[in-house]
Every structure is written in structure tokens, then in C-alpha cells.
Design a protein around this ligand. Structure first.
Ligand code: URA
Length: 211
């Protein structure tokens, strides 16, 4: 499919997410948060669910966890605008509680379609909920974030060959210096080399070949 077809499919997906009523979270949200980034991004970051700032702005990772994610990305020389960022659940759970299994299930088709449209080479799952969801989507057995973090697994998701890695959620590391060190270590030693291998910002588009 050409890039234009891709964009069209993405626009439809975004408008479905913005008007979604598949689970009760739609009744308390301000804005749904589909995700953002280039559609030809090689790298996708997947968090848990929008928090308060994200719910107000309609954009992922713009609050305090987002500031830490931005600084982790810049510490490895990656522009935030070159990666695609989304969440497992697109609407804010009230009081920032964890999304329930039913909410994750109700929203899962959207993440599947994002992966199928963007076709990332690398997916970084941020935190336990994102790690568990992506492991289960790939048919892998999830045991714990402790055992999964820092490892890279090659999986097929929606027919796309993906290098999947899991690290801690930036929000968990905000007030825990030990976790923060491990998170920084994962970015430096696992995520940076993976992103380099995936040729950082973008896969070639149809337009590159037509130029
Ligand atoms: N935490 C998340 O998991 N996602 C966001 O977008 C913001 C905070």
C-alpha cells in the first residue's frame, strides 16, 4: 500500500479512537489520546495509559513521566519527533489507576492497527502493563517486568517482524533513584543500539523512490 493509503487508514483509526465508546473510560475522559509521531517511524514506544496532562492535551507523554522520557531520548541522541509514541489504553483511567484487563482488551484492536500501519522495526514497551500486553500479543509467556526488562526478543506482531524490548515505566522511576538508574542503563545499553540498528528515524517511503 502506498503512503497515501497508509495516511488515510491512519486518519480513520484516529477518528475512531477519538469517538470510541468501547469501554467505560470514555465517560470520564476529556480527550482520547491516540498517539503521535511519523507514520514511517522505525521505532514505537508504548506506555500504559494517558495521565492527567495527556487527558487534557490529547497527546501522549506530555506530563512529568513524559519529561523524563524526553530526557532519556535526548540522552541517547534520539529526537522525540522521530519516534511514534502511544499507549496500550487510549483513555485515562480515573485517578490514574491501572487499566483493567477488560479495558486493555477493549482497546487492543487500536494498538494492533497502529502496528500494522506503522510497521515499526523496534517496539519499546514502557512498564509492566505494556510489556505484558505486547508479550501476550506476540504469543510469549509473560512472567514479570524484572525478568523481561533489558531483554530483546524478535517477534511477529500483525505480520510485522519486530524487535521487542521492555523497560520500566518512566513514572515508576521518577521517585525511585534505583529504578531510574536501571532505566537509564536500559536506554544506553539496550534501546540505543536497537534504535541505531533500525536506522533511527525512518524507513524509506514511496516518495524516496520516486524522487
Ligand atoms: N503514562 C503513560 O503510560 N502514558 C502517558 O501517555 C503518560 C503517562
Amino acid at each position: 500500500m502506498g503512503i497515501k493509503g497508509n495516511e488515510h487508514e491512519y486518519e480513520i483509526l484516529v477518528s475512531e479512537i477519538l469517538g470510541c465508546t468501547r469501554c467505560p473510560l470514555h465517560t470520564s475522559r476529556t480527550k482520547a489520546v491516540p498517539g503521535e509521531g511519523p507514520l514511517n517511524a522505525s521505532v514505537m514506544f508504548v506506555g500504559e495509559a494517558p495521565g492527567r496532562s495527556e487527558d487534557l492535551e490529547g497527546r501522549p507523554f506530555v506530563g512529568s513521566a513524559g519529561k523524563l522520557l524526553d530526557s532519556l531520548l535526548s540522552s541517547i541522541g534520539v529526537e522525540r519527533s522521530s519516534v511514534y509514541i502511544t499507549n496500550v489504553v487510549k483513555c485515562r483511567p480515573p485517578g490514574n489507576r491501572e487499566p483493567s484487563d477488560e479495558e486493555v482488551r477493549a482497546c487492543n484492536g487500536y494498538l494492533r492497527r497502529q502496528i500494522s500501519i506503522i510497521k515499526p522495526r523496534v517496539i519499546v514497551a514502557l512498564g509492566r502493563i505494556a510489556g505484558r500486553t505486547l508479550y501476550e500479543m506476540a504469543g510469549l509467556r509473560w512472567s514479570s517486568i524484572r525478568s523481561a526488562r533489558g531483554r530483546v526478543v524478535r517477534v511477529k506482531l500483525e505480520g510485522v517482524d519486530v524487535m521487542l524490548t521492555v523497560t520500566y515505566h518512566p513514572a515508576a522511576a521518577l521517585y525511585n533513584p534505583g529504578l531510574r538508574e536501571e532505566l537509564e542503563g536500559d536506554f544506553r545499553e539496550v534501546i540505543a543500539p536497537l534504535i541505531k540498528g533500525a536506522s533511527v528515524a525512518r524507513k524509506p517511503t514511496l516518495e524516496d523512490f520516486l524522487r
